[in-house]
Design a protein around this ligand. Structure first.
Ligand code: OAD
Length: 259
């Protein structure tokens, strides 16, 4: 009990200190992962009950899987799209949107591995989606990309109105490169940042995870928000361990009060 109280006193002091550094920063960049959406009710990828549990990645999230069994791949992504209709941003998403609002988008970038659109739904504007979006489809034939919000259901095996080829989710699959323009901008924002927040990611998927050492080696203060230590923890100056839906509002609320 006493240990817990000491731990939370330590956490409160760390949040306060990190918030001060955040307040003084000229440019802030954030990298988020699935953990930021966990409190909205979206399963993370790894670990017990994770989204990959019960699915081999090679069966649902590679170009080869789509070639082999597009029906299975679409079933997986259509289930994820349906799930999105029932979820909302949580206080962690709102805190990051508010941080951008306070600072101005020209001094802030939100880089996300998430494909759920919840950062934009919360009001974030300078969002760089490294792994694509569940709300977009791309033609596997002519390459045309279109918005297709999850509320607008897709058939089991959707095809392109123009060229009749199969549509695919506009998601970056394993073995595929990231969109070059998005990655270049993300790496520039990371290198430019004075404070780099890394929230709710296991930091095991590359190249996204590389943004942390990129920011660190360019001189940023690294703040990790997660339930546990991760692969990114080796770079971290402040480790704030707890649910991001609770920690992020505390980190940014303090900022507003301390202005
Ligand atoms: P993971 O599932 O690998 O990691 C989720 C992280 O969130 C873990 O470190 C958890 O400890 C943490 N976490 C869980 N709940 C949390 C909470 N309430 N507050 C804070 N942290 C919490 O997800 P990602 O790191 O996002 O790629 O995975 C990266 C990429 O791998 C994904 O974009 C996806 C996946 O395979 C593609 O699909 C291409």
């Amino acid at each position: 009990m006493q240990y817990q109280a000491e731990q939370s006193r330590g956490l409160a002091a760390d949040i306060e200190q990190a918030a001060q550094v955040l307040r003084d920063a000229d440019y802030v960049a954030v990298l988020t992962g699935a953990g930021v959406s966990a409190e909205s009710g979206i399963a993370t990828f790894r670990g017990a009950g994770g989204l990959w549990e019960g699915h081999r990645i090679e069966e649902v999230a590679t170009p080869h899987a789509f070639q082999r069994d597009p029906t299975l791949v679409w079933r997986f992504y259509n289930q994820r799209r349906t799930k999105l209709c029932a979820v909302k941003p949580n206080p962690g998403h709102h805190a990051l949107a508010q941080l951008e609002e306070q600072r101005g988008s020209e001094r802030f970038a939100l880089i996300t591995q998430n494909v759920d659109g919840l950062h934009r739904a919360a009001g974030s504007r300078h969002v760089l989606e490294l792994h694509g979006s569940l709300a977009r489809i791309r033609c596997s034939g002519c390459g045309q990309v279109d918005e297709r919000p999850p509320e607008d259901p897709l058939p089991d095996l959707p095809t392109c109105d123009e060229c009749r080829a199969l549509l695919r989710p506009d998601i970056v699959w394993f073995e595929e490169p990231l969109p070059e323009d998005v990655w270049t901008e993300a790496a520039e924002c990371a290198a430019r940042s004075d404070v780099f927040l890394v929230a709710g990611t296991s930091a095991v998927v590359y190249p996204a995870a590389r943004l942390v050492p990129i920011a660190k080696s360019a001189g940023a203060v690294i703040v990790e928000i997660n339930l546990t230590a991760t692969e990114a923890s080796q770079w971290v100056d402040f480790g704030l361990y707890g649910p991001s839906g609770q920690i992020l509002p505390r980190l940014t609320r303090w900022r507003a009060a301390g202005r």
